[in-house]
Structure formats: structure tokens, C-alpha cells
Design a protein around this ligand. Sequence first.
Ligand code: MLT
Length: 202
Amino acid sequence: MIHIFEPGDHPDQPTLLLLHGTGGTERDLLGIGRMISADAALLSVRGNVLENGMPRFFRRLAEGVFDEADLVFRTRELNDFLDESAKTYGFDRNRVVAVGYSNGANIAASLLFHYPKALRGAVLFHPMVPRRGIPLPDLSGTPVFIGAGKNDPMCPPEETEELNRLLSDAGARVDVAWSNHGHQLTPGEVKNAVRWYHTHFA
Ligand code: MLT
């Protein structure tokens, strides 16, 4: 997968996996990654799917309607890429924390839904429920931050609550930070995510 790896200064810090939104690239979240942790390694990945020229992490049939088979395939592909990258760059595969926005948050949530040890934690900005009707792995003690907008047309508050419930029932420690905004990523929620990260990982 096309990506950027920036080594960290502290081997004890998790590696941050940065996952952009639809139409973004591996450069989009580098700044936010550095705001979250000044000395963590950053692995920023570009989605392998193109929708009218816009990179994404998995196909969709319509806005908010996911191609489930492709989601499962791409989630596995990303998980395999993390395994390989840990060997290539020498980071601890068991200490990867995802930071994803929108489509990137959805594939991060999908990693949590499908693989018990894929992520040590996750910052999900405006995620949706990636899949329904499957048992989730044991996510005991996995910290998850959800940044959500009360007026997000793509992800209504009920869907955020549903995702919170599904992850919490699997044992994850979920914190939801609400804003009055829509789907956009706001400085306020990034600030909340930085604070949350330092409580759990720094
Ligand atoms: C998705 O397809 O993952 C969601 O609709 C969010 C987005 O548009 O990226």
C-alpha cells in the first residue's frame, strides 16, 4: 500500500496508523498525528480503492452503503500490511493506535470488528457502524475515542450510539466527544483527541 513512515523518538510510544477520509491521501493526517504525539512513529497509508479518482479504503455502493465483501477484503489487506510494516520498520505490532477520519475511521472500526489484536486503541473521527450482525472479538480494555457531530448528515447520532454500544459490549473503553458540527473534522475535537490520547498512552 502507498504510505509514509516517520520513525518515532521513543520506542515505548505506540505507532500511530493514520487513515484519511474519502478523496484524501497519506499526507492529510500527518499534522494531526504529530499533534496527538510529538514522538510516536507515524504510519500513514493511502486507501487502495479509487472512486472517481478519489482514494478510499474500501468500495461503497452509495453514500453510506458499503460493499461488504470489499470491506472485509480490504480490512484483511490493511491488517496484513500492518503485519508486514512492523517487520519492515521494526515497530511493535501489538502497539498500533489508529487515527482515522470518516472513511479512514470506518476501516479502523472494521479492523476492531474483525481482528482482536489489530489495534491497541483507536481515535475515530466521524465513524459509522462498519458492519452489522457479526460477533465482535474480545476488545477488553481497548481504549476508543469517537469524535462525533450532532449535525453530521453522514452519521446521525443514533449510529454513533450504536457503534459505542457495539464496541462497549465487546469490552472496549469508549469515550464519545460530541460537537454541534457536522461531518467536518474540527480543531475542538482534535484537541479532545489529543487530551484523550495523553490519558491513555503518553
Ligand atoms: C464511507 O463511505 O466510508 C462514508 O460514507 C464516509 C465517507 O464518505 O468517506
